[in-house]
Design a protein around this ligand. Structure first.
Ligand code: AMP
Length: 485
């Protein structure tokens, strides 16, 4: 046992008789603030991570959202910062926490503020998609804890608005998700800019080779902590499948949501476009719903999430961007409108319900073309999902007549009417008076949207396709899934 490990054991022994977080080494005002914030007995990940972190070790945590990892990495950092007092250099951050999504970053900062009330800890958020001036202003005098997504922070560091030279605590949260989203080069750049004697904690739900290599390059003899994934612990979630063809999914969903027993519901769609269509169809079917996906502005995403969290929004439609990291208590149902491209995402999606011991229900709508994906999910969760109902012996619903003034009926399924490549409407759905022109020429016939008209401009932005990129090999798996979200 080395010296550091010895001191960790001694520290643990000397606190062993104290209850709760005190036994892990937290003390003084922080201990009081933590108790007041409502955190009860430490969770296993906190028991395992806090003492070695306080003793100066790097931490490698394999754990998911819901395990209590945010407090596991925040509390020891807070304890050290409280002990150091309030000396901060301009534009500096004593601790840096990097998260892959803006929602997760916001959630982490909220948690830190909640557990450090009254301790004069200054925090700041640096996120893409929102004004940088207010972020720069907040950091000007220096902060204790900076929570950031990597892209924007790289810009601010490069331009000299933030200095990480005095950052001695670094946390990488959901590192595998950062890898999926292509953030690894930025993460490495930022880590390099921190103090050479920093302490690092890295948390990841999975440990692909790239993350193991990153951990190896950024940490020294880390203490490794592994918490069982939700796929093997979330027994509280009742799961099942409803077989329905793509065009049947819309009315099936509407009937499910009409059930008053359903409280707050999150509906997952596979693509951003699909999520928009599901939301529009829900609204047309009389349900108020908000949508959250990667093409929405940060303000719109946060507004939707806040409304859902406060309960003013009952139905949230989301892509996999919300499948991880988001912690909204009290979601009674998760509905998978489409199966995810990656079986692993299923586990993250259903983990939004049944949180903190509550009961939850997860229902997956499955078109026959999705059965391969369903089997992959079943392999991962190591159980056969019961078929709760099947609509396959029933005819597809009649296409709905547009309301007066409504442009045209939308397809029934999130991606219904699209060919397998998701590019254009099939001949079956083309209005009869339209000639069969190549798509590009047909597009030329459409009047250009009036971008000064707010609704038209918004519609154009929503439906605009990103410029086609040169295809460079396989586009499947994790990266494609992250792109779709
Ligand atoms: P996380 O995995 O960090 O997203 O935490 C999941 C949820 O568990 C959050 O709502 C936390 O507030 C909650 N939580 C974390 N630690 C504790 C604790 N020791 N006691 C009660 N709730 C906790």
């Amino acid at each position: 046992m080395n010296q550091k490990e010895n001191s960790a054991v001694e520290q643990k022994q000397s606190h062993a008789e104290l209850p709760g977080f005190a036994a892990l080494g937290l003390s003084g005002a922080l201990l009081k603030a933590v108790a007041q914030s409502g955190l009860s007995d430490p969770k296993p990940i906190q028991e395992q991570a806090i003492p070695p972190h306080l003793a100066g070790h790097d931490i490698l945590g394999i754990a998911q959202t819901g395990s209590g990892k945010t407090a596991a990495f925040s509390l020891p950092i807070l304890q050290k910062i409280v002990n150091l007092g309030s000396k901060r250099g301009p534009k500096s951050a004593r601790a840096l926490i990097l998260a892959p999504t803006r929602e997760l970053a916001v959630q982490i900062e909220e948690m830190i503020r909640a557990v450090s009330k009254g301790l004069h800890i200054s925090t700041a958020l640096v996120l893409g998609g929102v004004s940088r001036n207010s972020q720069v202003k907040k950091i000007k005098l220096g902060v204790d804890i900076l929570v950031a997504t990597p892209g924007r922070l790289v810009d601010l560091v490069r331009e000299g608005d933030v200095s990480l030279a005095e950052t001695r605590y670094l946390v990488l949260d959901e590192a595998d998700r950062m890898l999926d989203m292509g953030f690894l080069p930025d993460v490495k750049r930022l880590a390099k800019a921190t103090h050479p004697k920093r302490q690092t904690a890295l948390f990841s739900a999975t440990m692909p080779a790239e993350i193991a290599a990153l951990a190896e390059s950024l940490m020294k003899e880390p203490v490794r902590i592994e918490i069982a994934p939700q796929s093997t612990t979330a027994n509280e979630i009742e799961q099942g499948v409803v077989m329905a063809r793509k065009r049947q999914k819309r009315p099936v969903l509407a009937r499910m949501l009409a059930d008053e027993k359903m409280g707050q519901v999150i509906v997952f769609a596979r693509t951003k476009h699909g999520a928009d269509i599901v939301t529009r169809n829900l609204e047309r079917d009389g349900f108020a719903a908000a949508v959250i996906h990667g093409n929405k502005s940060q303000n719109a995403r946060q507004r939707a999430l806040n409304g859902f969290r406060e309960g003013s929004i009952r139905i949230l439609v989301a892509t996999d961007i919300a499948a991880r990291g988001i912690d909204v208590p009290g979601i009674s149902h998760v509905i998978n409108y489409d199966l995810p491209d990656e079986a692993e995402s299923y586990v993250h999606r259903i983990g939004r319900t049944g949180r903190n011991g509550a009961n939850g229900v997860a229902v997956t709508l499955c078109d026959p073309s999705e059965t391969d994906k369903l089997r992959q999910v079943e392999r991962i969760i190591r159980m056969r999902l019961p078929v709760l109902a099947s609509h396959l012996d029933q005819p597809d619903p009649e296409p709905r007549k547009p309301e007066p003034g409504e442009p045209r009926a939308e397809p029934h399924g999130a991606d219904a009417g699209r060919n397998p490549h998701g590019k254009s409407r099939s001949a079956h759905h083309r209005p009869k008076n339209l000639s069969r022109k190549p798509p590009r020429e047909a597009a030329k016939d459409q009047p250009a949207p009036n971008r000064h008209h707010p609704a038209e401009a918004e519609r154009a932005e929503r439906t605009a396709k990103p410029p086609r990129k040169k295809f460079r090999g396989r586009r499947f798996g994790r990266k494609a899934a992250a792109k779709a979200a």
